[in-house]
Every structure is written in C-alpha cells, then in structure tokens.
Design a protein around this ligand. Sequence first.
Ligand SMILES: Nc1ncnc2c1ncn2[C@@H]1O[C@H](COP(=O)(O)OP(=O)(O)OP(=O)(O)O)[C@@H](O)[C@H]1O
Length: 125
Amino acid sequence: MGEENPRFSIVDRIKSFKHAFNGLKFFFLNDHNGRVHFFAAILAIGLSFYLELSGLEWIAILSVISAVIVAEIINTSIEKLADVVSVEYHPKIKIVKDLAAAAVLLCAFLAVAVGGIIFIPKLFF
Ligand SMILES: Nc1ncnc2c1ncn2[C@@H]1O[C@H](COP(=O)(O)OP(=O)(O)OP(=O)(O)O)[C@@H](O)[C@H]1O
C-alpha cells in the first residue's frame, strides 16, 4: 500500500515482483483469453525458431506478441474492476469495456499484419 514518502525497501520491491508474477500466473493459468494467448505465443515462437528468423524479425515478432499479451492483461484487469464497480448493465461500463477490448483488437491486427509480412513469404514463396 502506498504511504506518503515511504522509505525504499528491497523487501517491498521483492513483494511487488511477487504480486506481478502472481498476476501473470493468474492470467496464463486461470483466464481463458490468457491460455489462448499463451498457446498462440508458443506457436509463433516455435515457428520463428523453425524459420530461423533474423534478429530484427525476432524483435518484431516478440514485440507484437508482448503488445497483444500486455493489452489483454490490461483489458482483463479493467473487466474485473468494472465487474466489481457495476454488475448491472451501465452505459459507461459498456464504453469502458469496449475501449479496453478495442486496445486488444488493434494489437491483434498489428500482430496479424507483422506475422503475415514475416511468415508468409518464408512459408509459401
Ligand atoms: N456491466 C456492463 N454494463 C454494460 N455493458 C457491459 C457490461 N458488462 C459487459 N458489457 C458489454 O459486454 C461486452 C463483453 O463484456 P465481458 O465482460 O463479458 O467481456 P468479454 O469480452 O466477454 O471478456 P471475457 O471473454 O474475458 O469474459 C463489453 O465489451 C460490453 O460491451
């Protein structure tokens, strides 16, 4: 918990990492979207090894994989918070959830475009 001007503490920093890893574990093990993203990432990384990507191609693939997963984690987090704020239908919750989903969609479009540019020529031409 944040207090005004707290003293720096290694133990607190380690606890923050623990909480963050806890979030990752929750996302990849318990969340359906998280599981789908985990397997999609494994597939893309496997294909990248198989096709022996260049350094820059690896950077592009790892960047878009991370972007999609980060967007989905934030989306999931916003959905969970929104469900606590209002279980009932609320027009503003709809906008909030749709905006968070839009962020994931944009990242997914980018990932498909980058994946297509890199993988299609190597697989089919
Ligand atoms: N409380 C609410 N008030 C208004 N609209 C809502 C509410 N809950 C969900 N929605 C609408 O339903 C859509 C889907 O919401 P939901 O929380 O089910 O997410 P989801 O995309 O199905 O995620 P997941 O598959 O992870 O459960 C939202 O984008 C929003 O348009």
